[in-house]
Design a protein around this ligand. Structure first.
Ligand code: ADP
Length: 260
């Protein structure tokens, strides 16, 4: 891992973080504060437009912030302009994919006429290994040797997600960020994908090896994270464990009760 000395993922400390998009007069993030211990997972939830993706992009350093600080393993100055720092940050990112985008991506990558050829070699090994254990990709094993002609949109999307998972599972990656990777899949597929995320983030013995942050609008998946951040109108309105937030009877509890 890039931050090698600390086992089990990274610590993250965000304080007083604010951001306004260029040309906008309304801040999109206002005074964001939270702390994650090494190996803790975080679900970021909230309504559309509350700032979830922007916060993810700041954590990835795709966009900069105006005010406040972001420390990873106690190291400040995570500047997007500092190439050396950036190269040493072990980040894995799985983006939000609409079905069309996933198809375009997977078709582009499929040079041979077998599904298995369009998968990264690590996954191919897994698909072909008898146990199909280490990183299985739900629902695609049976297609490993079939032609890619006639695959459905959902199957292409799974291939695109599988490729992203393979990149994210590299040992030097110690923080995984998922921005609604499953938004257009059904509940069962979503749940299988979260099983895979769990698997990627742990060693074979079950020890946490990577920190995981995921954005979701499905509160049934949010409850699987160690901590939940409820975002409203550019701020984190509630932060804590799923049980703590339910106990507060605030926005998270309302959203959760409406969803189950
Ligand atoms: P969420 O992920 O919770 O839906 P976003 O972070 O995508 O929220 O967006 C938060 C707000 O920032 C929205 O009002 C959105 O219109 C605005 N926004 C997002 N991206 C940009 C951008 N590149 N430029 C200007 N405004 C943006």
């Amino acid at each position: 891992a890039a931050y090698g000395s600390l086992p089990g993922g990274v610590s993250i400390e965000v304080s007083g973080l604010s951001y306004t998009y260029p040309g906008s007069n309304e801040p999109v993030l206002k005074n964001i504060n939270f702390t994650l211990e090494p190996g803790e997972s975080l679900a970021i939830v909230g309504y559309n437009g509350s700032g979830k993706s922007t916060l993810a992009k700041i954590l990835l350093r795709i966009v900069d912030f105006d005010k406040g600080s972001l420390k990873v393993n106690g190291v400040d100055g995570f500047s997007k302009f500092n190439a050396t720092v950036r190269e040493n940050v072990g980040l894995g990112y799985v983006e939000q994919l609409t079905e069309d985008a996933a198809i375009a991506k997977a078709v582009h990558l499929a040079e041979a006429d077998k599904v298995v050829e369009s998968l990264p070699c690590g996954l191919r090994t897994t698909l072909e290994s008898p146990g199909f254990e280490s990183i299985s990709y739900p629902g695609m094993g049976h297609r490993a040797h079939s032609s890619h002609h006639g695959l459905s949109g959902g199957e292409w999307q799974r291939i695109a997600i599988a490729r992203a998972f393979m990149r994210a599972s590299r040992p030097e990656v110690d923080l995984l960020l998922f921005d609604e990777p499953t938004s257009s899949l059904d509940a069962r597929a979503q749940s299988q994908i979260f099983d895979t995320i769990e698997k990627i983030s742990r060693s074979p013995s079950g020890k946490k090896m990577k920190s995981v942050i995921f954005i979701t609008h499905r509160l049934s998946t949010a409850r699987r994270a160690d901590k939940v951040a409820m975002m409203e109108n550019g701020t984190i309105s509630e932060f804590g464990t799923h049980q703590e937030l339910l106990g507060r009877n605030g926005s998270y509890a309302n959203l959760y009760r409406a969803s189950v």
